[in-house]
Write a protein that binds this ligand. Structure first.
Ligand code: NDP
Ligand SMILES: O=C(O)C1=N[C@H](C(=O)O)C[C@H](O)C1
Length: 232
């Protein structure tokens, strides 16, 4: 499979190595918005750039009928527009706030726990994410996905940065050293606390999941998520 990497920073470089280990050919390594020419007839694009660049990058790829796996976070206000373009162009698009297999299992567990918590009103939920100091967006895309999973299945109606208040689910976004990504969900009552936590030890799991998603999407049309890839 011919892979074009759009965004070639911390993530792009690891994805490059994993792609080659899995016998794919990396035909482009771009640090700017792609063009038809610079995409070099790729079968699929893996996009990990930055919140300002993602929309235009994805749009160009989809208009050239190349499926896109996007891991860039912090641009979600334009996601519906991208999904419309993907369908209109008969192309394929998959966004994942977090491609690690462990976090995608964590998402499923989180939704189940949120549902169970409806049976007991004593608990208040709080989210926390910790990331490296270079991260441009807050809260993390993963924390937003976790919050959405809880909101769909509980009394909470919206999320906000900071402490949980009434029906607004709070997210503490902490920036610390070189932390790759830690996410925790706390349910606290007067007498106890339940915590579920995912800790990434490095970025390899994110990169592997993105390559697995790229292998899966080639030949498909439509808008997908990691739930489709993993059959969750
Ligand atoms: N979904 C997931 O599983 C994960 C998502 N992420 C997300 O992925 C994104 C990238 O993370 P990371 O690799 O750590 O970030 P980096 O800052 O290390 O890399 C970003 C790269 O994008 C390049 N870039 C800048 N402008 C453009 C442009 N217009 N078009 C294409 N590329 C451009 C940068 O080039 P230059 O250096 O020249 O500026 C750099 O190579 C972030 O949004 C992060 O939150 C991160 C990890 C996992
Ligand atoms: O910027 C990062 O590094 C990460 N970003 C993603 C996010 O915003 O959730 C995924 C991962 O936690 C690392």
């Amino acid at each position: 499979m011919k892979i074009a990497l759009v965004g070639y920073g911390k993530m792009g470089k690891i994805i490059d190595e994993i792609s080659q280990n899995r016998r794919h050919e990396v035909v482009a390594r771009l640090k700017e918005t792609p063009t038809k020419e610079s995409l070099n007839d790729a079968d699929v694009v893996i996009e990990f750039s930055n919140p300002e660049a993602a929309f235009e990058n994805i749009k160009v790829c989809l208009e050239n009928k190349i499926p896109v796996i996007c891991g860039t976070t912090g641009w979600l206000d334009k996601k519906t527009e991208i999904e419309r373009i993907a369908v209109e162009q008969n192309s394929a698009f998959l966004y994942g706030s977090n491609f690690s297999l462990g976090v995608n299992l964590f998402f499923a567990l989180n939704e189940k726990l949120a549902k169970l918590m409806n049976n007991v009103d004593e608990y208040q939920c709080q989210l926390e994410e910790i990331h490296h100091i270079h991260k441009k967006d807050a809260p993390s895309g993963t924390a937003i996905s976790i919050a959405e999973g809880i909101i769909e299945n509980s009394k909470y109606e919206a999320w906000k940065l900071g402490e949980t208040k009434d029906k607004e689910l709070g997210i503490f976004a902490i920036r610390e050293d070189e932390v790759p990504g830690t996410h925790s969900v706390f349910y606290r009552s007067e007498v106890d606390e339940i915590e579920i936590k995912h800790t990434a030890f490095n970025r390899n799991g994110f990169a592997l999941g993105a390559v697995i998603a790229a292998e899966w999407i080639v030949g498909k049309q439509g808008v997908f998520s990691m739930k489709d890839v993993l059959g969750l």
